[in-house]
Design a binder for this molecule. Structure first.
Ligand code: PRP
Length: 222
C-alpha cells in the first residue's frame, strides 16, 4: 500500500474539525483564502487531506475531539478546536487566537422547576473532568456518570439529578423540559499550536495566525 504523500518542509499542516464546526468555520477560512469547496467538498467527498496550494497549506479533516492530539504530537502545525475539548482532556497547547466561531456554553441543567440539587448530586455528562472540577470548586463532591450522548435523557429517567453539557440554541434542553441552572464556562473554537513547534517553525505558523487574525478582524468590522 502506498504511503500518504508527506508534507514538504514548507507546507503548513492545519488540523480542522469535520462536520458542524467546519461548516461554521468555512466563511472565516474563505476570507483567509481557502475556497469553501476545498474544505466542505462536493457531493460525497471523503478525502481527509485537502491541499490549498495557493497558501501552501494542507488541511487534515479530523473528528473534533482528535484535533489537539494531532497538534500535540506535531503531526499538524496548527489546529482548530473547541475550548471544551482542551479543558476536558487537559491539553497544554499554545492558543494564539480565539476564532469566535462555534460559540456555545458549558452548563449545568436540570428538569424545569427543580428547586435544589441533592448533596452530593449525581451528574451525567460527556465531560466528566469539567463536571467534577466545577462542583469541586464549589466544595461539592459530585457523583459523575459518564455518557456519550443523549445526555438530556439522564434527568428525565432517573439516571442523574442534573447534566453538564454544551448548549448552543437551547432547543434540545427546551424540547426535553430541562433548563439551565448555571453556566460553567463559555466555549468557542480557538486556534491551537504545539508550543515547541510554534517556536521552531514559527515564521510560517505565525503568518497563518496573522492571516486568521486579519480575517477575524475583517468579519468583526466589515
Ligand atoms: C450537543 C449537546 C446538546 C446539543 C445542544 O449535542 O450535547 O445535546 O448539541 O445544542 P442546542 O442547544 O442547539 O440544542 P450534539 O448535537 O453534538 O449531539 P450528541 O448528543 O450526539 O453529542
Amino acid at each position: 500500500m502506498e504511503g500518504l504523500p508527506r508534507a514538504g518542509r514548507d507546507v503548513l499542516t492545519l488540523a480542522v474539525p469535520k462536520g458542524r464546526v467546519l461548516r461554521a468555520l468555512a466563511p472565516l477560512l474563505a476570507r483567509v483564502g481557502v475556497d469553501p469547496v476545498t474544505v466542505l467538498g462536493e457531493g460525497e467527498d471523503r478525502r481527509l487531506i485537502r491541499e490549498v496550494p495557493a497558501l501552501g497549506w494542507r488541511l487534515l479533516l479530523l473528528k473534533p475531539d482528535d484535533v489537539p492530539t494531532w497538534v500535540e504530537y506535531g503531526a499538524a502545525d496548527l489546529g482548530v478546536c473547541g475550548r471544551d475539548v482542551l479543558l476536558e482532556r487537559g491539553f497544554d497547547l499554545y492558543q494564539p487566537l480565539d476564532l469566535g466561531v462555534g460559540r456555545c456554553q458549558m452548563v449545568v441543567a436540570t428538569r424545569q422547576g427543580m428547586k435544589t440539587l441533592p448533596d452530593p448530586p449525581r451528574i451525567a455528562t460527556k465531560y466528566p473532568r469539567c463536571a467534577a472540577a466545577h462542583f469541586a470548586s464549589k466544595g461539592i463532591q459530585a457523583e459523575v456518570i459518564y455518557v456519550q450522548g443523549s445526555v438530556e435523557l439522564a434527568p428525565l429517567t432517573g439516571l442523574a439529578d442534573a447534566i453538564v453539557d454544551l448548549v448552543e440554541t437551547g432547543e434540545t434542553l427546551r424540547q426535553n423540559a430541562l433548563e439551565v441552572r448555571e453556566v460553567v464556562f463559555d466555549v468557542s473554537s480557538v486556534l491551537v499550536a504545539n508550543r515547541a513547534a510554534y517556536k521552531l517553525r514559527g515564521a510560517r505558523a505565525r503568518a497563518a495566525v496573522e492571516a486568521f487574525r486579519a480575517a477575524f478582524d475583517t468579519e468583526k468590522s466589515p
